[in-house]
Design a protein around this ligand. Sequence first.
Ligand code: NAD
Ligand code: DAU
Length: 349
Amino acid sequence: MKTILITGGAGFIGSHVVRLFVSKYPDYKIVNLDMLTYAGNLANLKDIENKPNYEFVKGDIVDSDFILKLFEVKQFDGVIHLAAESHVDRSISNPTEFVYTNVIGTVNLLNAARHIWKNTKDKRFYHISTDEVYGSLGQEGMFTEETRYDPHSPYSASKASSDHFVRAYHDTFELPVVISNCSNNYGSFQFPEKLIPLFIHNIKNNKPLPVYGKGENVRDWLWVEDHAAAIDVIFHSGRLGETYNIGGFNEWKNIDLIRVICRVMDKKLGRTEGESEKLITFVKDRAGHDLRYAIDATKLKNELGWEPSLQFEEGIEKTIGWYLENEEWLKNVTSGDYQKYYEDQYIRR
Ligand code: NAD
Ligand code: DAU
């Protein structure tokens, strides 16, 4: 039986990865390490929490002593590292938190793996990263694995830094690592601070939809379960020391995507067509806002046979349906400090 550590497993993408691994690999013991920040929620894993091959550990990756002890006790065979501060807007208001979690937290995990694994080669440290490390594209072109790093936000700078540390531990200490850089994910269990769930939540509650700038920025959207499937393939078959880009080949200008969300919401809520669009409010642009991201995931397709499985039209219908059907989940995650945080955001803008 292999023991695999998944960090950040109570978050959006992490919960989908934990669910996939616990269900697909009954011979693996999956240890989910998560600090349960505002973005972590054990309700995301209700359906698998009693499975015999699943264990939850609450803890902070920034605490190096705790991390080393955990590695000593559990003797992990592999690590899939997702725990992070993940929201660009929060990194603009509080950059230091991103350095602690994303940089120091990652280095603590690398140190523990290096110390406990010594030179064993059949282990694997898999770091989950973002396409934002590559910076911004103009109207043409796509990010490949060879694109030079050029992060602009404190979030992407912290992720770029952690990627560099992971590669440095491979090159310097021969730690068996692999990295992937993925585009924007969407789907169930995403905290309603990110564009898609925030706008679904606001439309439902007749609140303004704050579109940054003119809404002309472009993102490449991927169904979160397709990301989890890519992580499965790369964890098992990706070549050590390599980087794989993951993307949806699915570019959308924000304003066009928002109009699709409004149309689907009108239909699902039984509102007259055009009603939700009236909530669109153009607000001050995000500082340092990257214009366009687009991922070329050809390497992953050619080497490991992965491709996105779900068409966007189906994915967005499913996603909106999920948030409308899971009112209790949405209510829970938007209670407490949530209102205050978003009211402050609107005031600041
Ligand atoms: P998320 O914010 O939903 O979840 C992050 C999780 O990490 C939460 O459960 C949180 O409690 C946990 N965490 C935060 N700080 C911690 C700490 N100090 N110790 C232990 N746990 C801690 O994030 P997400 O959107 O699921 O992203 C997961 C990973 O994927 C991140 O590394 C992110 O950079 C990367 N990524 C995200 C996207 C995206 O579109 N969301 C795209 C590409 C890459
Ligand atoms: O590209 C991968 C990245 O995608 C991940 O690494 C990040 O963790 C994830 O948060 C996401 O970053 P973005 O900044 O692209 O996602 P967000 O949902 O915050 O914003 C998407 C686009 O929508 C972006 O151009 C900003 C815009 N936006 C966002 C919000 C929250 C708005 O116009 N209004 C909003 O209220």
